[in-house]
Design a protein around this ligand. Structure first.
Ligand code: NAD
Length: 363
């Protein structure tokens, strides 16, 4: 059986415990891994003086696949988000976030099964910002006010929203490719082109052109605010949502809420230089080391990783084993219980025990 070299980034806060639990269930599928463990975030700052050390990036470039725990972005420390930086360094341009209602979870409704494909490198998240009051901000305010013939208030800060033809084309192509590979029927482009004609409008025009190259898959578009309402009222009409960065971020949390919270929301960052699999949630620092939080979002990210590696039977087995733990509802963490203080909730590692048990029993 082939072995897979995978970079493992335990991360900050609850990261090490949920990654440890996920490694355990991944190995219990019988698939063989060579884990190349690298620190990032707070642990890496202590050792390397940077939250994103070069050996970590080199490892992902070499292995092309990583499983990652969440990383804390220290507020006001001057470090920009490590997660945004990692995505940009490796050009992980597509963020895939499935929203699937597992039986027994605290789902808003039980017919949820759609996938968010979020553009990950551009838009207002590009990190191009000018601080209010700085010489550059003042200069830009004057220049833009002159060019646009509209007054920007002089006490403004500025964040720039670049959206390119090439960036839009590759994310929409990715969405169609993902739809085909995963037997999905429709791609919906999500935008606000009625207001932002030269960014969202450009994205929509490119999406329409790309869609014409894929007549076997249905295409439509939705304005983002309407999209949110539609998802709550008629989610089964949607399949793959191809979103600009900011909208994808917000809709991902909406999706996570619809399936009972962040504890069950997996994700994959995919690009030309590799793929990084991680939960949607953050490092939940207040729960660090308490064996408390739900490891299933990372485990389900591991399911996506197995599919990416071509280990389809193992992916199906692991997803089934997790789904069965959720459905039985016994060995689950507090967030999956009706009441958060339910004394029958189990800890992170006991969830892993239950999933491993199901895998061994062939559940
Ligand atoms: P968070 O997702 O870490 O936690 C918010 C709350 O959600 C927690 O207090 C907890 O109640 C709940 N929660 C989160 N994960 C859970 C789980 N697995 N099981 C049960 N409950 C869970 O969000 P935050 O507090 O806004 O962010 C904390 C840090 O994480 C910040 O520094 C942020 O920048 C970072 N972050 C990192 C990533 C990433 O690495 N991809 C993503 C988001 C946030």
């Amino acid at each position: 059986m082939a072995r897979h070299a995978v970079t493992l980034v335990p991360g900050d806060g609850v990261g090490p415990e949920i990654c440890e639990a996920s490694v355990r269930v991944l190995e219990a599928t019988g698939v063989q891994f060579d884990w190349d463990v690298h620190q990032a975030g707070e642990a890496a700052i202590k050792e390397f003086g940077t939250p994103l050390p070069e050996p970590l990036l080199a490892s992902i470039r070499k292995n092309k696949v990583a499983l990652k725990g969440p990383i804390t972005t220290p507020i006001g420390s001057g470090f920009r988000s490590v997660n945004v930086a990692l995505r940009q360094e490796l050009d992980l341009y597509a963020l895939v976030r499935p929203v699937k209602a597992y039986k027994g979870a605290r789902n808003l409704r039980d017919d949820l099964d759609f996938v968010i494909v979020r553009e990950n490198t551009e838009d207002i998240y590009a990190g191009i910002e000018f601080e209010q009051g700085s010489a550059d901000a003042n200069h830009l305010i004057e220049e833009i006010s002159r060019l646009a013939k509209k007054k920007i208030r002089p006490d403004s800060g500025l964040s720039i929203k670049p959206v390119s033809i090439s960036g839009s084309e590759r994310i929409v192509e990715f969405a169609f490719d993902y739809a085909r590979k995963n037997k999905r029927r429709k791609v919906t482009a999500v935008h606000k082109a009625n207001i932002m004609k030269h960014t969202d409008g450009l994205f929509l025009a490119v999406a329409r052109k790309v869609a014409a190259r894929h007549p076997d898959i249905e295409f439509e578009d939705r304005i983002v605010d309407n999209m949110c309402m539609q998802l709550v009222l008629r989610p089964s009409e949607y399949d793959i949502l191809c979103c600009l960065n900011l909208y994808g971020d917000i809709i991902s949390d909406l999706g996570a809420g619809m399936i009972g919270g962040l504890g069950l929301a997996p994700g994959a960052n995919i690009g030309t230089n590799g793929a990084v699999f991680e939960a949607t949630h953050g490092s939940a620092p207040k729960y660090a080391g308490l064996n408390k939080v739900n490891p299933m979002a990372v485990m389900l990210s591991g399911v996506l990783m197995l599919r990416h590696l071509g280990e389809i039977a193992a992916a199906d087995a692991l997803e089934g084993a997790i789904a069965s733990v959720i459905e039985v509802g016994k060995s689950v963490t507090y967030d999956l219980k009706e009441k958060r203080d339910d004394p029958t909730s189990v800890g992170t590692s006991q969830v892993a025990d239950a999933v491993v048990y199901n895998l061994k029993a062939g559940a």
